[in-house]
Design a binder for this molecule. Structure first.
Ligand code: ADP
Ligand code: MG
Length: 257
């Protein structure tokens, strides 16, 4: 199936368009390329092409409508976040919602062990007693919390906060790691504390399941950054209260099995 999809992508982009498949999720295939979608003069950047393929288990017309709707929603969110102060996200470069394509700038780099600089790989790289409590790890996680706090302060929720949807990139001038959020397929505007509490809970669980050894400390640092990004302490209190309620519900559910 995937070779068929890849040949469809090649046909769409042109045989000579250089692409490399880097991820295959439930909804989308993600490619990287060093070629701009319509300006061959741009040679300095790398781009990500996210493609939502046709699902043959859905009725073709429903499928077309859904693909278009989800692609537009993700682009809209990216554009909104591209203009939001203090938020680090990829830039939207181009989109073809009718065919399910989004081009965006590529975030991240290679870690010393050769893996991609997602938060997940970064934490795995430091997954030992000597490195886990380094100030670089602490500073990165505080920055991650700040990004989520700024997002929530602007009434946006991410919807799928995992350590793969957070990518680290070093600042070109200082060489210090910055945290970026990616993958806005399930994101959107929300003023509800419930949605924010769930966002925090999803990330807490993700950290606990993939980085269990040091998860308590990691989550504490994330929440430190999150709290620091709120100016309005009443709003913060409400979110934290709801976060605790979401957590309790989760615990009850896992006890019932
Ligand atoms: N802008 C980007 N920069 C760098 N890598 C990206 C970017 N967008 C996606 N990726 C890579 O592709 C993977 C899948 O993309 P994502 O948008 O998260 O789709 P999915 O919905 O399949 O999770 C990410 O986990 C990341 O490794
Ligand atoms: Mg993802």
């Amino acid at each position: 199936m995937s070779t068929e999809i890849i040949s469809r992508v090649k046909e769409y982009l042109g045989e000579d368009f250089p692409v490399r498949l880097i991820s295959q999720g439930a909804e989308a295939l993600v490619f990287e390329t060093n070629q701009h979608p319509f300006n061959p003069e741009v040679k300095t950047e790398e781009f990500i092409i996210k493609y939502r393929p046709f699902k043959n288990y859905r009725h073709p017309q429903i499928d077309k409508t859904l693909t278009k709707k989800r692609t537009v929603a993700e682009c809209r969110c990216l554009v909104k976040l591209n203009n939001m102060k203090g938020i680090n996200v990829p830039h939207l470069v181009a989109s073809d919602p009718y065919n399910g394509y989004i081009w965006q700038t590529k975030i991240g780099e290679q870690l010393p062990n050769g893996t991609f600089s997602s938060l997940k790989n970064f934490l795995w790289l430091h997954n030992n007693d000597k490195d886990a409590y380094l100030s670089t790890v602490e500073e990165v996680l505080i920055k991650v919390g700040k990004q989520i706090g700024i997002l929530h302060n602007n009434q946006y929720i991410h919807g799928d906060l995992t350590s793969s949807n957070i990518v680290l990139q070093r600042d070109a001038n200082t060489g210090i790691w910055d945290a970026y959020l990616i993958d806005f397929g399930l994101s959107g505007y929300s003023t509800m504390v419930e949605d924010k509490g769930v966002d925090l809970y999803v990330l807490e669980r993700a950290i606990m399941s993939t980085h269990s050894l040091y998860a308590d400390k990691y989550n504490e640092w994330i929440m430190q950054g999150y709290k620091e990004s709120f100016d309005n302490q009443d709003n913060l209190k409400q979110v934290l209260k709801r976060f605790e309620e979401v957590r309790q519900r989760g615990r009850k559910r896992s006890m019932l099995g």
